[in-house]
Write a protein that binds this ligand. Sequence first.
Ligand code: ADP
Length: 161
Amino acid sequence: MKEKIAVCPGTFDPITNGHLDIIERAAKTFDVIFVSVLKNASKKPLFSLSERIQLIEEATKHLPNVRVESSEGLLVDYAKKKRATVVIRGLRAVTDFEYELQIAAMNRTLDAELETFFVMTNPKYSFLSSSMIREVASYNGDVANLVPKNVNEALLAKYKK
Ligand code: ADP
């Protein structure tokens, strides 16, 4: 039978428990998930591309069908290269909706075969974002319950005085 392959794209600067929850749930439904880490030239990330990839690899090592890679260029091209038929995105609140709808509509225009599936956030993480984590951690706030253990350690090391 044909493998069901999905891509889960994002900046992941850094990966949070909200992202991990989406990846874990998607990994139960698809045979292979490519977590694709976008270089994101428009933003200056806190963690370099290779740091972000490593943090995700460590945090998802209990999921044998998850692979972590960098990607640049059009998502539809990347998905085709990976033979993925589905894009997984997480939805937190209505505020995510319009933005996500725009991206999904554009991707559909570029490649009608590529479907976008939305996974509703676990309510525990509905207000969690990487930018919030960076901000709180920069003031030495405790984010240990909101990010994987290795990410918490990496944040502590980044903001160590
Ligand atoms: P981008 O920079 O493309 O928005 P992110 O790395 O911030 O990428 O997010 C990647 C995906 O994870 C997006 O679909 C986003 O909506 C989703 N996401 C981020 N945080 C959460 C969360 N706390 N719960 C559920 N989904 C989330």
